[in-house]
Design a protein around this ligand. Structure first.
Ligand code: IPE
Ligand code: IPE
Ligand code: MG
Length: 253
């Protein structure tokens, strides 16, 4: 007996939300005998190209992991270099983001960031509020475990205050307290640099995300690499716990 033909051999719909773990800047630089910060600079420039490519591909939301809650463990010089770079890239490409009607969001604990980067970031978050073509979400001082701890505290406080019954705590109560509240879950997570791990990125939101690991370092992840990741995504059949026979075209998203 031949195996049943797939009902949806390809997923024709581009991912609505892509998450990218932009990894490998340091190794990219080391391989070229350059300082790590040069790798980060080239990586930041690459991000601008990838934002454009995502908009052109019909993607609606891109969440990029720029600085993890664990990245504070790095040498102070690298950490402060990263924040200076963040401030520079924001200023240098603001007009472009505006022109492409991009709305900026941040997830993570920004209160811990230095003022020189927090303040322009907050300005752009405010000024881009009316932009509707694309959502760029930057994960800065973000960690999924820290995010769930904050959500659990908020639930506990509401229960203690009598605003919520313990049996009213369901997924929607948790989800609404995550920093991504109101955003669609990521459909596709891409990690560059050949590492096969999630490193505390969007763990709950990625419950049903497709994951693509790219072997290139982030500064080498160009439009062609994104096309490869999208082509890989298009081959994935998303089932969300159902059998193949139960699938509806709307499950492919
Ligand atoms: C990713 O590149 C950028 C950040 C984590 C800020 P890395 O700096 O982690 O580069 P590798 O993994 O050491 O090569
Ligand atoms: C994940 O990369 C964080 C970012 C890309 C910002 P890391 O380089 O920090 O992850 P690990 O330490 O290799 O898991
Ligand atoms: Mg790394």
């Amino acid at each position: 007996m031949s195996s049943p033909a797939p009902i949806h051999p390809v997923n024709p719909v581009p991912p609505r939300h892509i998450g990218i773990i932009m990894d490998g800047n340091g190794r990219w630089a080391a391989a070229k005998g350059l300082p790590r910060l040069e790798g980060h600079r080239r990586g930041a420039e690459r991000l601008i190209e990838i934002i454009d490519a995502c908009i052109d591909a019909g993607v609606n939301t891109l969440t990029v992991f720029a600085f993890s809650a664990e990245n504070w463990k790095r040498p102070l010089e690298e950490v402060s270099g990263l924040f200076k770079l963040g401030e520079w890239i924001l200023r240098a490409h603001l007009a472009r983001l505006e022109k492409r009607n991009v709305r900026l969001h941040v997830i993570g604990d920004v209160t811990a960031l230095p003022e020189f980067v927090r303040s322009p970031l907050e300005d752009v978050i405010k000024s881009s509020r009316g932009n509707t073509a694309f959502n760029l979400v930057v994960a800065l001082n973000y960690g999924a475990r820290q995010e769930i701890v904050a959500a659990a505290r908020s639930l506990a406080a509401d229960v203690a205050a009598g605003k919520l019954q313990p049996n009213e705590v369901d997924w929607s109560a948790v989800e609404s307290r995550l920093q991504t509240a109101g955003m669609p879950d990521p459909d596709l997570i891409i990690r560059t640099s050949g590492e096969f791990r999630l490193s505390n990125f969007l763990l709950l939101q990625s419950a049903y995300a497709e994951i693509v690991f790219a072997s290139v370092f982030w500064p080498d992840f160009d439009k062609a690499q994104l096309q490869l990741a999208l082509a890989e995504y298009a081959k994935r059949e998303r089932r969300f716990g159902q059998t193949r026979e139960q699938l509806q075209p709307s499950d492919q998203r």
